[in-house]
Design a protein around this ligand. Structure first.
Ligand SMILES: NC(=O)c1ccc[n+]([C@@H]2O[C@H](COP(=O)([O-])OP(=O)(O)OC[C@H]3O[C@@H](n4cnc5c(N)ncnc54)[C@H](O)[C@@H]3O)[C@@H](O)[C@H]2O)c1
Length: 329
């Protein structure tokens, strides 16, 4: 089932205040699609809406909403607000894109951090499906687009970088989305689903993840907060990797985090705008599995070719282009 055009449709975008969500909202609006975007950060998503409106053809309505997708009551309120503001009884597209990183170690990271990450990355997607699937069924040709990650089929970020909460949630998102394919064929054949699995995409996900956990931006973190976000074992791994000097001060750790965010955003192989274009092209073409970036494609191929070697990184990536194991979240 392909989509000829997004013009005249209504799309819901979660996590619309930054990165891929912001670019999805902008590109959809520019293509004549009305958008209801939500985010934890109300100011950022309002800014997205203003940008999207500025480049949209007449008749396109873009609204912004404050919402924590981890809370079902807030997603229900978001639904009620957008239906009223767009004067519609259904939606045509839902991009369950909001997500954060964190809870890398099940053993040493705080339980609250693990559960906050899982609540946003899994329950956020689940709540959006619960709340919006009936409205997609009401549409003649609804599409639900859930964002997973390469960590939805490969549960690591590479040597010394456990990623347990995120990978658990992203595997769940992929499994749920794939399971919905058959469910929809049986119960709502005019609706389809797609799962997005990005590799490294240049966004501010690092600092936004701190914010979603109630922390300030790195430059304003106290020494205690810095030590919480880069615990001793993470510091040791960074020292081993040559990314941090032995005995680094809290200030140096702070600067390292600021640099890490900037580098993650600015040195990525794929920009957020390019990623959004890949997602929209995939939806238009009727794809159910949308990989973003050469790194995602390489990891996908490697894990399929040698599943037993998935966590033996040298073996997994032997024979592939160097750098294939360096990925996003
Ligand atoms: N950037 C990458 O390399 C990468 C790789 C794979 C997957 N992803 C996934 O892509 C999606 C978009 O990420 P991004 O890189 O554009 O990040 P981003 O931080 O730039 O944008 C995510 C947005 O989601 C918002 N958000 C966070 N928690 C929320 C909540 N509870 N409710 C509502 N909004 C919330 C943030 O405030 C932010 O504006 C995420 O699901 C992420 O896990 C990103």
């Amino acid at each position: 089932m392909t989509v000829d055009s997004f013009a005249g449709k209504l799309a819901v975008v979660t996590g619309g205040g930054s990165g891929m969500g912001r670019e999805l909202a902008r590109q959809l609006a520019a293509q004549g699609c009305s958008v209801a975007a939500c985010d934890l950060n109300a100011g950022a998503v309002a800014q997205t809406a203003a940008m999207a409106r500025a480049a949209a053809p007449p008749g396109v309505r873009v609204t912004s909403h404050a919402c924590d997708v981890a809370e079902e009551a807030q997603v229900l309120r978001f639904r009620d607000e957008l239906l009223e503001q767009h004067s519609r009884g259904h939606v045509d597209l839902v991009f369950a894109n909001a997500g954060i990183g964190g809870g890398g170690s099940f053993i040493s990271d705080p339980r609250e951090e693990w559960e906050r990450t899982f609540a946003i990355d899994w329950w956020g997607v689940y709540h959006c499906a619960r709340v919006f699937l009936p409205l997609l069924i009401e549409s003649g040709d609804g599409v639900l687009v859930n964002t997973s990650s390469v960590n939805g089929f490969w549960a690591s970020l590479g040597p010394g970088m456990p990623n347990t909460a995120y990978a658990t949630a992203k595997f769940a998102v992929r499994g749920f989305t794939e399971a919905l394919i058959e469910d929809l064929r049986v119960h709502a054949p005019h609706v389809r689903v797609a799962v997005v699995m990005p590799g490294h995409v240049g966004t501010d996900i690092l600092v936004n993840s701190f914010r979603a956990r109630g922390l300030p931006d790195p430059e304003h973190m106290s020494d205690a907060q810095i030590k919480e976000v880069i615990p001793r074992d993470a510091q040791a791994a960074l020292i081993r990797a040559g990314a941090l000097a032995e005995g680094a001060s809290a200030d140096e750790l702070r600067q390292m985090l600021v640099r890490a965010n900037t580098d993650f955003r600015d040195k990525a192989p794929v920009s957020a705008a390019q990623a959004a274009t890949v997602i929209l092209d995939g939806v238009r073409a009727g794809a159910w599995r949308i990989l973003i970036g050469e790194d995602a494609k390489m990891i996908d191929a490697a894990v399929r070719a040698k599943p037993e070697a998935s966590y033996d990184y040298t073996e997994l990536f032997s024979g592939l282009t160097p750098g294939a194991s360096s990925t996003g979240t």
